[in-house]
Design a binder for this molecule. Sequence first.
Ligand code: ZN
Length: 460
Amino acid sequence: MPVDTVISGGTLVTARSTFDSDLAIDDGTIVGIGDERAMPEAETTVDASGLLVMPGVVDPHVHIDDHVSLDSYETATAAAALGGVTTLIDFAWQAYAGDDGPWEEEGTLREGVERKRESGEEALVDFGLHGGVLREDSDVFDELAALVESGITSFKVYTTYEFGLSNGFIRELFERLGELDAVGVAHTEDDSVCESLTAEFRAAGRDDPEWLPLARPDYAEAMAADDLARLARETGTKYYGVHTSCRKAAEALGRHQGDGSLVRAETCTHYTTLTDEVYREQGTLPRIAPPLRTEDDVEAVFERLRDGTLSVVSTDHVAQTRARKEEGKWWEDPFGANGLQTSLPVFHHEAVNERGLSYPFLVRVMCRNPARTFGLPGKGALEPGTDADLVLFDPDETYTVSADDNASVADYSIYEGREVTGRVIHTYLRGEPIVRDGELVGEPGYGEFVRRDCPVWDDD
Ligand SMILES: [Zn+2]
């Protein structure tokens, strides 16, 4: 019996090495890696000569179809597929009734999960969900075990915004997550420091967007990162800090790592490729939190990616329109930037082409590490038995990033006009092409909800 597909003549990139090899796929799974002569007969042979064959990107920090992001599952996951992202993790929110919130009344986490599972029915790529705890209501503790059982094994909190939680409540939550073997995830900025600086600058009439990074300073991020990592250690909980943007926060996290502690953290593509210069150039368009920082912070983020303090590069994809991003002041919503379609080519260009980091490094921080960190053993690797989620990437093709190409409803890009070398040519999800020759061919609904295991963090 022939297998479904053989990808022939390409250069495979794994977390450890780069080598010329063919790859056989059957029933959505990788069934063989090796020399052309060792390959079984196949229904379809794909010529990958001149291309890199990498695991599909696993993006563990994505916002779709909710109070922060205008994308539907169809538009966000189309952008993902075109960007080589084959699995993403979105958030299932616990509704809160606040001044700025989109909900009329409070709701449970389970209802948030049901809502996202439903909107995820039109996904083109696979997706998981983090639970998002937005209220200090101990009833949520009774929901956790069943959610973990259903494959939602990580839970996010904020230390800032209207729905930020106190350290005391987070301690209680982390105790429970530790007992369940789940992961605590946090957005860390010290709220009162950011609020007081914002009030001070507003009172002084400092309306220019250049004040944003000064109002949400690196030390406020470091303070909260230190608090949460410490709480995780004291409660014996696996901890994942999202979107680390600066030297001080990375240093704080690094101090809590080692000695068997379970502290991990990510950065995002934009913190590796843009500085606070963009607020002069692009105004409020790149309004995000934490904000873009200095050249020294970009260097620190790369130092910490190299030494493993930071182990994942995500997008923190948020879809908003240019009009909405440009209408408010720097302290007003909406925050966030879109990046699913551009993250791999933009980060690849910066990390590999400009800084000489290796392809296996790229696969570690964008594919393997996020998959292992979040309990997805079948994703992020090129190994027999894992899902045949692949990106066939041309490392030599040069093009210019433009929002005109966006599949997301976001009609701008913070990378507009950036020339990058390296392009996604084909994307495969469980053996099926979802992008062919740079064109979307996947169907909404092919993407599936993935139940995640409670991850084990002592295996690598
Ligand atoms: Zn986010």
